[in-house]
Design a protein around this ligand. Structure first.
Ligand code: GLU
Length: 300
């Protein structure tokens, strides 16, 4: 029941976000996140034609299938979100995923989005269940042992989400004796388990499930990237607040099949040469979030 309530709130939050940016003042019939900004008819990016990418097993598989399968999140408003009522996907990561597809010559109708939780990302990429993954996916050496990343395309840091009326947690320094929830297989959960010995942890598949547990007082805080937490706080400002400053650095990359350097270079070049598109995607999805982020340089 709480889950339904939390998810129902997301549509409102997204509507509020759009209202704040003035993005819904144009044509309300134009769905957000489909490669065009509702305030103008100018698309965020064009679908490329006759793309060739030599020596990329991922591109060969995409060509053979005639479609792209992209691993994403769908319960993270502002980043990777699926509206339960309309089925529409939106968010910064979703538009980054669409931009890559468009650069490869694939439009929205040729994309299969596949929701994959944090703990299952590497395996999905290794298995070839997805052609690439775009979903708040931090670049780490441990992950790089089994997959490759393009990027980074975004930088944030671990933060804390608490109940609005709880003043006992103001930063990560107040976590002793508290119970925090995060996603299984995520870097924030690992950080708490490794470096906060007096803090209890609950690991769940999805951050939205952690938020439900926070509201129902089963846990004292939700911890993950601040960019994610701000989306939940915006969705339920009467119940939730983000506290403290980010206390780690999380660099988001696009998860790729290990060894496909042709594909990695293609995506990195797209980021390097696409600064204006990056900015437009950021403004559309996170412009009203309060995050002050500029595009990071890709790491070779
Ligand atoms: N960026 C962190 C990670 O990749 C947390 C967010 C997530 O779980 O997707 O583990």
């Amino acid at each position: 029941m709480l889950k339904t309530r939390a998810l129902a709130g997301v549509g409102l939050a997204v509507a509020a976000l759009l209202a704040l940016t003035g993005c819904n003042s144009g044509s309300p019939s134009t769905p957000a996140g489909e490669g065009s900004t509702p305030t103008s008819d100018k698309p965020l990016f064009e679908v490329a034609k006759d793309v060739k990418l030599e020596g990329s097993p991922t591109f060969d598989r995409i060509t053979k299938n005639g479609k792209i399968t992209i691993g994403v999140k769908e319960d993270q408003p502002g980043l990777g979100y699926k509206d339960a009522a309309t089925g529409k996907r939106s968010g910064f990561d979703i538009d980054i995923a669409r931009w890559i597809a468009a650069s490869l010559g694939y439009s929205e109708d040729k994309i299969d989005f596949k929701p994959i939780p944090s703990a299952n990302r590497e395996q999905a990429i290794v298995n070839g269940d997805v052609d690439y993954y775009v979903g708040t996916y931090s670049i780490t050496d441990k992950r790089k042992a089994v997959i490759d990343f393009a990027g980074p395309y975004f930088v944030t840091g671990q933060g804390l989400l608490v109940r609005k009326g709880d003043d006992s947690i103001k930063s990560e320094k107040d976590l002793a004796g508290k119970t925090v929830c995060s996603a299984t297989g995520s870097t924030p959960l690992q950080n708490i388990q490794a470096n906060f010995p007096d803090t209890k942890t609950v690991g769940l598949d999805l951050y939205s499930a952690c938020v439900d547990q926070l509201i129902s007082k089963q846990v004292d805080a939700v911890t993950t990237d601040q960019a994610i937490l701000l989306g939940y706080a915006a969705q339920d400002p009467d119940e939730l607040k983000v506290v403290g400053e980010p206390f780690t650095t999380e660099k988001y990359g696009v998860g790729l099949t290990k060894g496909d350097t042709a594909f990695q270079t293609f995506v990195n070049d797209m980021f390097t040469n696409g600064g204006d598109t990056w900015k437009a995607i950021f403004e559309k999805n996170l412009g009203a979030s309060g995050l002050k982020v500029s595009q990071p340089a890709v790491e070779k």
